[in-house]
Design a protein around this ligand. Sequence first.
Ligand code: AHR
Length: 532
Amino acid sequence: MALAPRATTAADARIDVLLDEPIARIDPNVYGHFVEHLGGVVYDGIWVGEGSRIANTAGMRQALVDHMRRLPKGNIRWPGGCFADSYDWRDGVGPREARPRRTNFWADGMGTRPDGPWKYDTNQFGTNEFVRFARLCQAEPYLAANLRSLPARDFYQWVEYCNSPAGSTTLAELRARGGDPDPLRVRFWGVGNETWGCGGNLTAEEYAVEYRKFTAWVPRFGQELSFIGSGPNGGDLAWTRGFFRNLTAKGEGALGSMWGWALHHYSWNVSRGATTDWDAGKGDALVYTIDEWYEMLAQADLMESLITGHWAVMGEIDRRHRVKLVVDEWGTWHKPGSEVHPSHHLGQQSTIRDALVAGLTLDTFHRHSDKVVMANIAQLVNCLQSLFLTDGDRFITTPTYHVFAMYAPHAGAQAVRTQFGAPRIGYQRVREKGHVAGLAGSASVHDRTLTLTVVNPHATEPSDTTIALRGGRAGSARATVLAAGDIHAHNTFDRPAVVAPAAETTVVVGSGGTITHRFPPASVTRLTVTLS
Ligand code: AHR
């Protein structure tokens, strides 16, 4: 649909940046990624093999590694997801030619999709390969342990395999045979995944018992270990409450065994209130109405209340908030049909709408940088809300990639409070009107440079906005804008730069230090302001 931007705006908006109201440092780990043995993520997306004609380093797709190095240095979660709770890490170590072939967790749901390592995993990509990939990307590895189908012993032996000193144990020697005599220094460990569902179908009470058992004694080898608990599905506050009550059943000391509590939230239901059915509620990745555009953005906006809701419940027991929030799966989930290759189970295309979801979500994490210390978009390549799409030697970046790159200056910077004043945007749901914020965003400061990122969700109208800095003064300002003339715009192998940021432009700073800026419709903008 071609958009016709108006010459004038109906309503002015205002953003106040409160420079002297710091929130917390934005942990670069909120720019984390998620890699699961699922469809085309590992095989084709990342792992092309050392002998491949596709450019690679140690079997990893070179173009992907090169692009990852341009993004914030966060973390990468692996091997799942649901897959993690069917995975025996021993299958993916030792000589590659001797590794077993196993039925992938997702194979049953793959119907007529072609056979290949996505169905019958060849285990060519195991622990050494994954950690090598993460390090090539300058990211921290985050391993998710199998809690459903392996006992705690396998978990702490995996830790031993990864972190024990060179030559110290049989597992350290096995690791060396995989090419890594020195410890892999893995700090982040997930203790199960979605234990309320595919990770064991447990109650919160049952999971708390398992969690205490799994974390009761894990060897450190001088490496700090940060354990991440399998948190709620969306707004399930009872799960959080039930878990924390039972985790601390033997005393509050157990809170010290948990670094992060992992919430999952997908934006998927565009039925506008017609259904909550997991399949029926989903819409097409590329074809949608303006109301569906807004409904998807409203789903992303739910992240705010999920963070504050679970944080409040955690605080009922963890009064000092020792445990922080992790959102180790987030993103859009559309119905099948737009994947770029038939083997890409749960693969989907990604439009400017997905880019706005990314902007809204990352901005939410920044505004709650005192609570959220890690997040992982699902998933890195060829899957749900991916940053990259590949097919053989073809490789493109999605609009979501561009948002991650534009937002990079936020990573590690000090988040400061903002106030956005803009009329809400109304749209039609099945039974009532829905609303999304008229303008949303976040701000951070690093070395006298303010980064202000702003999403204009309006499908057709720009927003003329006054931006005032409190507690500081703007010297100069520049803008980088990601926008498209069509709310369905996306990149393809044939047209890879349909959605890409425009060249940076200078923004006029008024004599009083105030900035007036027009945010185009359906856009994500980064303003870089040098403070005088
Ligand atoms: O990301 C796809 C799946 O979504 C993950 O495997 C699972 O954890 C979640 O339900």
